[in-house]
Design a protein around this ligand. Structure first.
Ligand code: PLP
Length: 302
């Protein structure tokens, strides 16, 4: 598609498709001013959505629990996601859907009275850890200065824009020579990091925090694949001592898949190379992107 105005990405804002760099939301939108918003991100890989149903279900559960009501049906929203990808022509895309509380009607701040607003966009696929860096493994820092926002304050199972703790954690990681960070909760249990869930392979079993985290679709996929591959796995709380003693560590996200960690704070993980269980799961994860039961093809223009 030569001269495609959507080649860098396509957004859907207030009823119209617009090139990504022209997409604007109103400055009074409370998604922006109050983080009164939820969102979800699904990947398109090799021209196919991966686990779109799981992302739509999580998104729906999120806005329902925030007591929002979109003016569009879930099927309309899904059609818009397809159209954003179709127009962009992107074969590998990061596709975001957003439902914001919206703009306050004149003279009130009562959130029950707002018209909730749906936004969506598709941009080129985003990697939390670049594929070439995944071959070496990334450097994860356990934050000491910042803890994860309490689930009693902001429910992390509702995907949200409250990233103040996660971004602060990232800066701590950079200051300590790392590339990304994982945060503990107030009781010292590990939670998650900026855009990813955490896994440890410890004493022959995969561990991932069972609470205080977003229920990542990639995390769920890894748990399902581990079962298929007869790799023992469980969701449970664990602290830094277990992570430090783990044979393997990896992080998971729609933005990057299964990403090996080879340095934790200033200590090498295992033998300092991406672990074999991690790499088997990583391969299986990407192979699954071609399997019909988890994928839905985009009908690109000829
Ligand atoms: N945890 C947080 C805080 C996230 O923002 C994300 C994704 O953006 C994840 C975990 C991973 O979730 P998923 O695998 O569904 O992309």
């Amino acid at each position: 598609m030569p001269n495609n105005p959507y080649a860098d990405g396509c957004a859907w804002i207030e009823g119209a498709y617009v090139p990504i760099h022209e997409a604007r939301i109103p400055i009074l939108d409370t998604g922006f001013t109050h983080s009164d918003v939820t969102y979800d991100v699904v990947a398109v890989w090799n021209g196919k959505f991966f686990r779109l149903d799981a992302h739509m279900a999580r998104f729906t559960s999120s806005w329902q629990r925030l007591r929002m009501t979109p003016s569009l049906s879930v099927s309309d929203m899904q059609d818009i996601l397809y159209e954003c990808v179709r127009r962009s022509g992107l074969r590998n895309a990061y596709v975001e859907m957003v439902l914001s509380r919206g703009v306050a009607p004149a003279g009130t701040r009562d959130p029950r009275l707002f018209d909730n607003r749906f936004y969506a966009y598709a941009i080129p696929y985003v990697w939390i850890v670049q594929p070439e860096d995944q071959e070496i493994g990334t450097h994860l820092v356990i934050c000491q200065d910042t803890i994860r926002i309490s689930p009693q304050a902001v429910d992390p199972t509702i995907k949200n824009f409250h990233w103040g703790d996660l971004v602060r954690g990232l800066f701590e990681a950079y200051d300590r020579g790392g590339t990304t960070a994982v945060l503990m909760d107030a009781d010292g249990y590990l939670t998650e990091g900026p855009g990813f869930n955490l896994f440890a392979y410890y004493e022959g079993c995969l561990l991932t925090p069972d609470s205080g985290v977003l229920e990542g679709v990639t995390r769920r996929t890894v748990l399902e694949l581990a079962e298929e591959m007869a790799i023992p796995a469980k969701m449970d709380r664990f602290r830094a001592d277990v992570l430090r003693a783990a044979d393997e560590i990896f992080i998971t996200s729609t933005a990057g898949g299964v990403m090996p960690v080879t340095v934790l704070d200033d200590q090498q993980v295992g033998n300092g190379k991406p672990g074999s269980v991690t790499m088997r799961l990583r391969k299986r994860y990407w192979d699954a992107h071609d399997e019909a039961h988890w994928t839905s093809p985009v009908d690109y223009p000829a």
